[in-house]
Write a protein of this length. Structure first.
Length: 487
């Protein structure tokens, strides 16, 4: 009996030797004790990062800090803060300085400043004001410049309840003078996530707002506006072909100027399946042509309970070959997560690779994602377990293609959830030609199965409570191993 136990223990130890520790450290290219608002690339390997305290940094993505500057240090002007970095109409890095106004009819004044490669700040000679009627809208969240220097932004004017809020779109000329505006009244609560997109070869825009609609529940409509902000076209139910998988509490849209395609990301709710609707939250992505016809969609399931999987406009971006990068959390909570997911897809949303990261003690809030000019991406996050330490994580394109590269940089290429679990063990991976094996603690193979989809669900109802070892095999080699606990 002792010999049998010894051999079983030896087999288990050998098997456990292949377990990839998921508590490896992320490969950060920059760490700060201040929250980093966003990132903007200057060239192929150098980017700017702006922090909440107004500090701006020039960083090479090999982790070399080239220069740093505190904006408006010791300034006495009554200001609120600085916006995220954006590209001005001439392509130069810029940001808005937000000032309080002494005018009772003006809530805030936005002044544009450009940033050169030496981090020198110059007034761009452009400013605009938010008036009293939109004071509680907080800020103009969505905005962009046209090639002629005109500026378009959108704000939310809150109503008395969730379904009588308004979306306003405003266009200003290159000097900040009003050109035109359009009001979209009585929007559903999803108008809080209104989306403003440029239109190719036009100085107009597209605005996407939400409304209540059955049987979709929540529907998104796209309005095309001309150069004077007049509505010239309306396309309803943007996610209609993917029903019942439609955005639940937020749908964010991004325009890829290289391909002309539009992509959306958000969370979806399977609300209309069966007599007892479920409220599962999953990441949901769609791709559209330039006329906003939905071409395809991808649902990324990983939860079985109510929760918000996330998805924001800053969590999706496009690489040099029109590949699509996205970042999200894999926990029940919308932002703070122990399980980080980074995906890479082709322009049709077919999986190129998926990466996962879990740390037993770190809780991360992902803020935004920026594609690198030469492939791969940067992910900006706040670590709530480290006194709000903020970091920028670099993910190479090779990480999505090579298991060894992914492991070298602290990622896993497969994950098991929920963990601990009860009746179902889900194995998620983007690997091809793969299968999964599950062993008990005596080293006995109790389950093996080919992996066909991104998520392989294994029924575990009859399994005794305890700890199990799972392995994912790809192309004849062990790619990932981990522990799973059945409660």
């Amino acid at each position: 009996m002792k010999a049998i136990r010894l051999y079983a223990l030896l087999a288990l130890l050998i098997m456990m030797g292949g377990v990839k520790l998921q508590a490896q450290e992320l490969q950060d290219v920059y760490i700060s004790d201040k929250e980093i608002w966003n990132i903007l690339y200057l060239n192929d390997d150098v980017f700017l990062a702006i922090e909440c305290n107004g500090a701006i940094h020039k960083i090479k993505d090999d982790a070399t800090v080239l220069a740093s500057q505190v904006l408006f240090e010791n300034d006495t002007v009554n200001y609120i803060g600085h916006s995220e970095l954006i590209c001005n109409f001439n392509g130069n890095p810029a940001f808005f300085r937000v000032e309080r106004s002494n005018d009772p009819n003006v809530f805030r004044v936005y002044r544009l400043y450009e940033v050169d490669e030496n981090l020198n700040i110059t007034d761009a000679g452009f400013s605009y004001s938010l008036h009293e009627e939109i004071e509680s809208a907080n800020h103009a969240h969505h905005y962009f410049f046209n090639a002629d220097g005109s500026f378009i932004y959108s704000v939310i004017i809150p109503g008395n309840n969730a379904d009588d809020s308004h979306t306003k779109v405003v266009k200003l000329d290159a000097d900040g003078n009003l050109v035109g505006q359009q009001l979209f009244p009585n929007c559903a609560r999803t108008c809080w996530y209104n989306n403003l997109l440029p239109v190719a070869e036009s100085s107009g825009c597209r605005i996407i707002v939400g409304r209540n609609a059955e049987p979709l529940g929540l529907a998104y409509d796209c309005y095309t506006l001309d150069s004077q902000m007049n509505v010239v076209d309306v396309k309803e139910n943007l996610e209609a072909i993917s029903y019942p998988y439609v955005p639940a509490s937020g749908g964010y849209y991004r325009y890829n100027s290289n391909s002309g395609r539009i992509y959306s990301i958000g969370d979806c709710a399977e609300r209309y399946e069966g007599a007892n609707p479920s409220y599962t939250r999953n990441i949901f992505m769609s791709v559209y042509d330039s006329d906003f016809n939905q071409l395809d969609f991808r649902r990324c399931p990983w939860e079985t309970e109510t929760g918000n999987a996330g998805g924001d406009p800053e969590t999706i971006d496009f690489g040099p070959n029109n590949e699509v990068y996205m970042v999200a959390g894999m926990d029940l909570y919308s932002a703070i997560t122990q399980n980080l997911y980074i995906g890479c897809f082709d322009e049709n949303l077919e999986v190129i690779g998926e990466l996962y990261y879990k740390h037993p003690t770190r809780f991360i809030q992902y803020l935004n994602l920026v594609a690198c000019p030469q492939g791969g991406c940067l992910v900006n996050y706040v670590d709530f377990s480290q006194a709000h330490e903020s970091g920028i994580l670099k993910v190479t394109y090779s990480d999505f293609l090579s298991v060894d590269e992914a492991h070298l940089h602290g990622f896993t290429v497969a994950t098991a959830y929920p963990n601990p679990g009860k009746d179902v063990l889900n194995i998620r991976t983007g690997l091809k030609d793969a299968w999964v094996e599950v062993y008990d603690m005596n080293g006995r193979l109790i389950h093996n199965q080919e992996i066909i989809d991104n998520v392989t669900a294994i029924t575990t109802t009859s399994w005794p409570s305890g700890t199990y070892i799972w392995k994912v095999i790809s192309n004849g080699k062990e790619a990932e191993t981990g522990k799973w606990i059945k409660e």
